[in-house]
Write a protein that binds this ligand. Structure first.
Ligand SMILES: NC(=O)c1ccc[n+]([C@@H]2O[C@H](COP(=O)([O-])OP(=O)(O)OC[C@H]3O[C@@H](n4cnc5c(N)ncnc54)[C@H](O)[C@@H]3O)[C@@H](O)[C@H]2O)c1
Length: 363
């Protein structure tokens, strides 16, 4: 079993990476004192893993109730949240009960927001089932739902009591979603750790990832994320910004294509390649660093063809990014492999020019 502690004073919690259900129950008992649990999952994950989780919790003496929301981004809305409040109330879920988020980032974000607000807050345990959720969204306490106005418009920081990562859930995850999660793992290597880059490149080149390797990658990713979150829990000190490497262009790509073309990790992969290209063009890093970024992302199977995109329109969208200041675009860039620089402000004209070059070079 691999175990990590996210140290946040009263909000500290453990992440356990272990397929063993008995070990999970031991930790669960330690952090969840109530016998009443409310499992939130989605229509896909419910068919695969809900019964088994209910079974192990029921056998351990818990009283399990569950609610199933629509799978995918379209289920991450106020309607799902409202459904959860009503269902929980009808099931007798009270202030001492604990919610379990069993699913990907969508379930984690919706169930997290639900747990933070139901009866002014009940306990929350994250049981992520996608690679993205195991390496990113289940850790750090960000919860949200989308509104008609945009993505993650309503949300709150709310830390879980426990995160249980069972990588064997990945056996049913479609390949495109595995690659989606790999983007965030590669992000940690590019921004934090050159040795992790070498390990990942070797692994990806082999074309097969064992359960043990998944455990290792997940452990490393959670450790990087936890270290940043510990220093800047609510994103007030600018330190969490480093986790947004590749996200400036990624968010613009997602908005440009109305969230229909790219999965988040795919957009982040393109954004990371552009951020490395920009770092090289602005003389912040060597060409070799950019080439190394390109090698690992191509090896992982990402496609960077952005030829249908207009650089000026994308740059305009980037100026609307949360990190932009006074209409100027802010990027997280690379100094070297495994070393990031945050808060780099780039003039709009330069950004358009380099984006145009980048799009042409990646036709
Ligand atoms: N809170 C955060 O810090 C944070 C960070 C990154 C992303 N997010 C959010 O996460 C969401 C994306 O998460 P995601 O990529 O996990 O998407 P997702 O939750 O939509 O899951 C992707 C698909 O895989 C299915 N699925 C889940 N687990 C499965 C399994 N083991 N086997 C087979 N199918 C499975 C789901 O039903 C869904 O259809 C976005 O809404 C994003 O905003 C949040």
């Amino acid at each position: 079993m691999k175990k990590l502690k996210v140290k946040l004073k009263d909000n500290s919690y453990n992440i356990i990476i272990d397929p063993n259900e008995k070990d999970f129950l031991l930790s669960f008992r330690q952090y969840v004192k109530s016998k009443s649990v409310f499992i939130v999952t989605d229509t896909n994950v419910a068919k695969l893993y809900l019964k088994n989780l209910e079974k192990i919790l029921n056998e351990a003496g818990y009283d399990c109730k569950s609610a199933v929301i629509k799978a995918g981004e379209t289920g991450k809305n106020l309607k799902s949240l409202s459904f959860l409040y009503d269902k929980a109330l009808a099931c007798g879920i009270d202030r001492k009960s604990c919610a379990i988020a069993l699913g990907g980032g969508v379930v984690g974000d919706v169930a997290g927001f639900f747990a933070a607000t139901y009866m002014r807050g009940i306990g929350l345990v994250q049981v992520p089932t996608t690679l993205l959720a195991m390496t990113d969204s289940s850790v750090g306490g960000k919860t949200a739902v989308n509104t008609a106005g945009g993505k993650n418009i309503a949300g709150v920081f709310y830390q879980p009591k426990l995160v249980w990562i069972n990588a064997s859930y990945l056996s049913t995850l479609p390949a495109r979603h595995i690659r989606n999660g790999m983007a965030e793992i590669i992000k940690y290597a590019l921004t934090f750790d050159e040795n992790f880059y070498a390990y990942l490149l070797d692994l990806i080149s082999k074309g097969f990832i064992s359960l043990k390797d998944f455990d290792h990658m997940i452990y490393k990713s959670c450790a990087f994320k936890a270290a940043v979150v510990e220093k800047d829990e609510k994103e007030t000190k600018g330190l969490r910004e480093i986790l947004n490497f590749g996200h400036t262009l990624a968010h613009a790509l997602e908005t440009y294509t109305e969230y229909k073309k790219f999965l988040h990790g795919e957009a982040v992969a393109a954004g990371m390649l552009f951020a490395s290209f920009l770092s090289y063009k602005l003389n912040l890093c060597k060409k070799e660093t950019f080439l190394k970024t390109e090698t690992i992302l191509k090896e992982a199977g990402f496609d960077f063809s952005l030829s249908a995109m207009n650089a000026e329109k994308l740059a305009a969208l980037m100026t609307r990014d949360k990190k932009a200041v006074g209409g100027k675009i802010r990027f997280v860039l690379l100094k070297d492999m495994g070393k990031a620089l945050n808060g780099i402000v780039v003039d709009n004209k330069k950004a358009v020019k380099f984006l145009g070059d980048f799009i042409r070079e990646n036709k």
